[in-house]
Design a protein around this ligand. Structure first.
Ligand SMILES: Cc1ncc(COP(=O)(O)O)c(C=O)c1O
Length: 272
């Protein structure tokens, strides 16, 4: 069901506007109630309002509307719905001064506003909240070019991995950390620099005029908070291979996915 609570701050990832095409719109609730009446095997309701950019108030309002719908279905059909799925959508911090709501605040607000939803099996589908902040990308600054009076830092990674950043830069800011070639952080000597990827279109830009310590060729650039909606959206444009994926926990660091070779890429296009 689309609870129609309105779009969040990022239109492209909001799915609960009045004109969103996802789910059955709440303003067609009578159709839904009728469907539950007609098909006794219908036993649950699923709702998802969007990914990043929806406020806690919107998430909670969606749950309240779903609760009202569930109660009216149950009253009309004389049976209890077995499961509710509230989707994902809890936003995360991409900037050091972002203050997204905590999971605790969300669950407390749900308990207060929609208690009838929580007294039965509740499924959630949190994605970004679980792993966006757990992933970082590291790429070498291959070239530093002075263009239009500003340093342009050319990395080995761009819109192929950070598709949304390149196409909607205003919505997906990432912070960067500059390391020298030995991995030591650079401090001070900050200036606006533009970070670009290696792909063959002008929009392959990861950050325009971002204030960073002066980057030199061979430095390592860390792009923070890349654990969600990045590798899963890998683009084959320009036929570049997927980079090495490394995972770590408290005791171990290991390669989770080896880097794709040129042969792997050719194989992709051959379809074999
Ligand atoms: C149906 C559904 N559930 C869950 C999610 C995960 O959202 P998020 O990563 O913001 O938690 C999405 C992503 O758009 C989705 O479409």
């Amino acid at each position: 069901v689309n609870p129609q609570i309105g779009s969040g701050t990022i239109a492209a990832t909001s799915v609960a506007g009045t004109r969103s095409r996802f789910g059955v719109p709440l303003d067609q609730a009578p159709t839904l109630v009728e469907a539950f009446r007609r098909y006794p095997w219908l036993n649950g309701v699923h709702s998802h309002v969007g990914s990043q950019g929806c406020s806690l108030a919107q998430l909670v309002e969606a749950a309240v509307r779903v609760e009202q719908l569930v109660l009216s279905i149950e009253a009309a059909c004389g049976r209890r719905l077995e499961r509710i799925d509230l989707g994902g959508g809890l936003p995360v911090a991409y900037r050091s001064n972002d203050t997204p709501p905590s999971m605790e605040a969300y669950s407390e607000a749900l308990r207060a506003a929609a208690p009838n939803l929580l007294d039965r099996p509740l499924a959630t589908e949190f994605g970004r909240w679980i792993h966006a902040n757990a992933g970082w990308v590291v790429s070498r600054a291959e070239y530093v070019k002075n263009v239009g009076g500003e340093r342009h830092i050319v990395l080995h990674v761009g819109a192929d991995l950070l598709l949304r950043v390149a196409y909607r830069p205003e919505s997906w800011p990432h912070e960067f950390i500059v390391l020298d070639a030995h991995g030591e952080p650079r401090h001070g000597d900050e200036r606006p620099q533009t970070i670009v990827g290696p792909l063959c279109f002008a929009g392959d830009v990861l950050a325009q005029s971002v204030l960073l310590p002066t980057v030199h060729e061979g430095d390592l650039i860390v792009i923070r908070d890349t654990g969600a909606y990045t590798l899963s959206m890998w683009s084959r444009h320009c036929s570049r291979g997927i980079p090495t994926v490394i995972g770590s926990d408290a005791s171990d660091v290991r390669v989770l996915r080896r880097r794709e070779s040129a042969r792997d890429v050719v194989r992709f296009w051959e379809g074999s």
